[in-house]
Design a protein around this ligand. Sequence first.
Ligand code: SF4
Length: 309
Amino acid sequence: MKVILAQPRGFCAGVVRAIDIVERSLARRDGPVYVRHEIVHNRHVVEDLKAKGAHFVEDLAEIPDGAVTIFSAHGVSHGIEDDAKSRRLRVVDATCPLVSKVHKQGQRYSSLGRTVILIGHAGHPEIEGTLGRISGPVYLVENREDVANLDLPDETPVAYITQTTLSVDDTRSTIEAVKSRFTDVIGPETRDICYATQNRQTAVRDLCQSAEVLLVVGASNSSNSNRLREIGAECGIPSYLVADGSEVDPAWLAGMNVVGVTAGASAPDVLVEDVLATIGRISPIEIEILDGVEEKITFRLPPELLEAS
Ligand code: SF4
């Protein structure tokens, strides 16, 4: 069986930075290290950091006053930040710089007196954080229908921003709906969807030209991994999201000659290797890597960690 790997796949610069922040904070041995929410949406990554000593919590109330506290790559609201300040928590912020950019953009539009339309998925931690960063009116929409249902006069001056890990195509369509409904609209095209999300989605479309079935390695709560699986399905091939090799069902591969494999931005290589090993136990495999963008982006660490290194 031939296995084609998408290029690029797996870790993005924001995820590498976030994991590095936790590891360096642990290495400083400056008391216990608490992380609010999964640092990135991958259980394997979280378990690995737990084994190295990190404590994961959902609520700041679970963190002792003054302790080292890391905010996850998804970002947090001003409310959480203020709460951390009042508890004198020693915060190290692992929010991806591309998420921070959206926060700043949203607040800037709001300061201009515009009503902000945030395109994203309700309940996702990135969205919770972004909603809590904008002081003026902000409305969350997921799709064209939500835009049509917004209870706002059509002449309201609006600006839109987007979650970083959406489907590029769906978002373009939602932006078009905003532009055609409102008379005074500004916003950044689809540029807020981060480079890593865009590159992985393009690579999956290429992969689906040759693959008969698609396996996406990633967690079920990972937004960008779910979008990759959806793209496979839109391209018309059976597409499955698997956390690791144990979730691959041999029945999916029966009669298939070409299997496409990719990984979401928070899925480590070791899990891709695990999936390849599982496929290899079902049938001998020959691996090919698709030509694709080579990503060279890296993000700077927070200054306090750079000083310590
Ligand atoms: S997917 Fe994009 S926005 Fe999210 S952490 Fe990675 S680089 Fe940052």
